[in-house]
Design a protein. Structure first.
Length: 80
């Protein structure tokens, strides 16, 4: 894929058109990316030992990779 984790991208289609963010994760199998601050969705969580109250949590949802354009590539660090 042309998009990698850590790249800065701009959304070129959809409800969040024109917004920019950093790629948090990439799913090459489904051709989708998760961008920080873009496509917020609400997830319902059951109460558990770690989260006693449960409730509604807002998270970033995935968008199709064709709807983003890379602005700045992630910097690679030398392995030496």
């Amino acid at each position: 894929m042309f998009v990698k984790t850590g790249d800065k991208v701009k959304v070129i289609a959809g409800n969040d058109k024109g917004k920019e963010g950093i790629v948090l994760s990439v799913n090459a199998k489904t051709n989708r990316v998760v961008v920080k601050g873009i496509h917020k969705v609400k997830k319902h969580e059951k109460p558990s030992q770690t989260n006693a109250n449960g409730g509604v949590v807002e998270k970033e949802g995935s968008i199709h990779a064709s709807n983003v354009k890379v602005i700045e590539k992630a910097k690679k660090e030398d392995k030496k």
